[in-house]
Design a binder for this molecule. Structure first.
Ligand code: PDD
Length: 281
């Protein structure tokens, strides 16, 4: 039975209950984090906590949990669940419970929920397919908000259209990110990913990949990518806590490069897999 954290208590998942007037339920008024755990080790926890604090600040949700408290809660919950395998930590904070009214009061008590979930075993070595779609989301995509209806519809569209794994999004002709991932492309050995702004989530995996690429001498540019540039790419990848780095071998039914995962993906995926096993990471 899995133990979760809810508002100060460690309790079985089945006993964790919140009000139907919680603003996460009525308005999607909250933020979240998804943190991968590799062989029982919570990966890049400080980076995820930093992004969580930034999301909370961006929606003016004040919560008196400092970084140390987040770290100790996640570690305690990991111990209680005896986590030894690959899994993921899900953290959700909503603005709390109150009469349904768009306006919120400063004295609401936030709802804080943490759970560990299994990380689905995936093997992307052969590559996956994607579809292109207009980015129908709002303009504050740097906030990891629980309001994910557009992302849900886009993911579903990708699956329904041709069994694709991801929808790659473009706004005004420029690629932003995937419905639940960041996007990279390779052209003539140069790696390109869109810059971090309100159009996309600053992915923790994305940042690590940029770091690993630069450390090993690859040119990695954070600049805009047009749809035309993407369709001429030698390689395309998507990155996230749950997929790692997945090569996209087909977009809208058309082959990317030679239709196989490319050499730069193989190299960077090797670096990423090695990094995951470093002590202290
Ligand atoms: N989502 N962009 C979006 C819109 C995402 O939802 C995600 C991850 C990412 C990648 O960020 P990171 O590398 O920090 O996982 C980019 C998680 C996995 C989710 O919603 O489940």
């Amino acid at each position: 039975m899995s133990i979760v954290y809810l508002n100060g208590d460690f309790i079985p998942l089945e006993e964790a209950k919140i009000s139907v007037l919680d603003r996460g339920f009525t308005f999607g008024d909250g933020v979240y984090e998804m943190i991968p755990v590799f062989s029982g080790k919570v990966f890049r926890l400080p980076e995820h906590v930093k992004r969580l604090q930034a999301s909370l600040a961006a929606i003016s949700l004040s919560l008196d949990y400092d970084n140390e408290k987040w770290h100790s809660l996640v570690n305690e919950l990991s111990g209680l669940n005896n986590i030894k395998e690959d899994s993921a930590v899900y953290i959700q904070v909503t603005r709390g419970t109150g009469e349904r009214n768009h306006l919120y009061q400063a004295d609401f008590t936030p709802t804080v929920f943490i759970m560990f979930r299994p990380l689905p075993a995936t093997n992307f070595a052969a590559g996956v397919s994607a579809v292109l779609h207009e980015d129908i989301r709002w303009k504050y995509c740097h906030i990891k908000a629980v309001t994910l209806l557009p992302n849900v519809l886009l993911k579903h569209y990708a699956k329904e259209k041709d069994g694709s794994h991801e929808a790659i999004l473009s706004r005004d002709g420029y690629i932003t990110e995937g419905a639940a991932s960041n996007v990279f492309m390779v052209r003539n050995n140069t790696v390109i990913t869109p810059p971090k702004d309100g159009r996309l989530l600053p992915g923790i995996t994305r940042d690590l990949i940029v770091e690993l690429l630069r450390e090993s001498g690859y040119e990695c540019r954070e600049v805009q990518i047009t749809e035309a540039e993407l369709s001429g790419a030698d390689e395309i990848w998507i990155t996230s806590a749950t997929v790692g780095i997945a090569p996209i071998v087909k977009i809208d039914g058309k082959q990317v490069g030679n239709g196989k995962p490319g050499p730069v993906w193989r190299a960077v995926n090797g670096l990423y897999q090695a990094f995951k096993t470093l002590p202290g990471e």
